[in-house]
Design a protein around this ligand. Structure first.
Ligand SMILES: [Zn+2]
Length: 477
């Protein structure tokens, strides 16, 4: 839907031709700063950094070169990682040391993208019809570029924070393989990223029909546990069936699972989420949302029935995803097995989910085994200073838009940090149409205005979190 197809009055056409970056200056940083952020963003997006076909090292090096050119000391810029192609960048901006550092995280690898799947070259940064297109524009190179651009700006201003500001641009969040940058840094160079808390991807602004609905602040994530349900049987010839059949036993167990729901409940984060949603929602759900936040089982039941996303927010879920069994068309099955994928609330233990599944299966012949070595992901505490700073920056840019604390169903690098004792908050202030999220998909894009507003938002947010008190807002827009 190109706006350019409509005949424009001449002066508008000229304006569009003359100024490709068509941003409202009210909620953005000055033009020189926008240009720097744009140029870094473009540079990052045009470097292929997919797990199999690319490398993160050139992105880390490009960032390092920008920082050195801006006067950062060699000692404060680290480039290194688990393999020569999978480097991370860590840079430290020194504060007075009155407070423990803040860590600003963004991953610089991207999901693979094929030219033939896209309407344009995914590795060419394209500005068109008010959007920046390219793989990684949303996930997560906008935030990576903004962290670097703002750090350079702080230096230019001579800003002295009360704490060190550390930016880490890391490898292989998407791949999750052996080269994950956050895992590698925690294990090998914890001192480089050790901090009081971290800001990361995972929370963005939600827009609907061009209207800003909420600025999401991600506090926690569900974690994944996979189980294998298995039935073994001596089998036999299919011409003489017996009652004890591996496939039937497994099917019956899965049937019981399909009828089961884990207890409905809220925690600190999801109660705050439903409370905020109750203020946003205008329809008949308003009351249920408010009551769910206060623990009403009836309200939670209605919400869970109304929306798979609310259901997943209110409980641990387990669902069969893979099935195998039998070995010949004319033999009684000796094996029937299913994989069950569970998305577990941070406060539910692996052991709780395991014993619950055994009770639901209710058949000693069906074994229920944990696959792999799952690690629970704790929630970050709802820190009042973070919530206050996010709310203040949100209110100053977008008056009336509420901050909504969320728990997400997917996983980010924030989980590894939380396990390591570094509370991590997903916050971007970059707004996306909630019905048109293109992360990992084709024609990934970010609105031009949204990018520059996120740039301004994170500029303010990090400043106020690293210099609390009345000074925090004196150096604003
Ligand atoms: Zn991401």
């Amino acid at each position: 839907m190109s706006a350019m197809k409509k005949p424009y009055p001449l002066h508008l056409t000229l304006m569009l031709l003359l100024s490709p970056v068509f941003v409202s200056a009210q909620t953005t940083r000055p033009e020189a700063e926008r240009k720097l952020a744009h140029d870094i963003y473009k540079e990052f997006v045009e470097i292929q950094s997919g797990f199999t076909t690319g490398a993160t090292t050139p992105v880390a090096e490009a960032a390092a070169a920008r920082l050195r050119a801006a006067g950062f000391s060699e000692f404060d810029v680290f480039v290194g990682g688990a393999s020569p192609k999978k480097a991370n960048l860590v840079v430290r901006y020194h504060g007075t040391g009155a407070l423990k550092p803040i860590l600003l995280l963004a991953h610089i690898d991207v999901v693979e993208a094929k030219r033939e799947d896209w309407s344009m070259d995914p590795f060419q940064f394209l500005e068109q019809d008010g959007f920046f297109y390219g793989r990684g524009t949303g996930d997560d190179k906008a935030q990576a570029a903004i962290w670097i651009a703002n750090l350079i700006q702080y230096k230019k201003e001579g800003f002295t924070p009360d704490r060190d500001i550390i930016v880490a641009l890391t490898a292989d969040e998407e791949g999750g393989g052996p080269y994950n940058g956050v895992g590698w840094l925690l294990k090998n160079h914890r001192e480089l990223i050790d901090s009081e808390f971290a800001l990361n991807e995972g929370g963005w602004g939600e827009e609907s029909k061009g209207k800003k609905i909420s600025n999401d602040l991600q506090i926690s994530e569900k974690y994944v546990v996979n189980f294998r349900l298995e039935v073994r049987n001596k089998g036999g010839h299919s011409s003489m069936p017996v009652a004890d059949n591996a496939i039937y036993r497994l099917a019956a167990a899965l049937q019981r699972l399909s009828n089961f729901g884990f207890p409905l409940k809220t925690n600190e984060v999801t109660a705050a989420y439903f409370q905020a949603m109750a203020k946003i929602e205008t329809g008949s759900r308003k009351e249920d949302l408010a009551n769910a936040s206060k623990g009403s089982q009836e309200a939670m039941q209605r919400l869970a029935a109304a929306s798979p996303a609310w259901n997943a927010t209110l409980r641990t879920t387990c669902v069969a995803t893979l099935l195998e069994g039998g070995h010949a068309v004319n033999a009684l099955p000796q094996l029937a097995a299913a994989t069950v994928n569970c998305r577990v609330l941070p406060e539910d233990s692996v052991e709780f989910v395991h014993t619950t599944l055994q009770k639901v299966v209710a058949d000693d012949e069906v074994s229920v085994r944990i696959l792999g070595d799952p690690a629970p992901g704790p929630a970050s505490a709802l820190r009042p200073d973070v919530l206050a700073a996010v709310s203040h920056a949100t209110e100053s840019l977008w008056p009336g838009v509420p901050v909504v604390p969320i728990m997400v169903m997917g996983a980010t690098d924030g989980k590894a940090l939380r396990i390591a004792g570094i509370p991590t908050y997903g916050i971007q202030g970059i707004f996306f149409d909630r019905d048109d999220i293109r992360f990992h998909g084709r024609d990934e894009r970010v609105g031009v205005q949204s990018f520059y507003e996120g740039h301004a938002f994170l500029y303010e947010l990090v400043k106020s979190l690293s210099k609390p008190g009345p000074m925090a807002h004196s150096n604003g827009r």
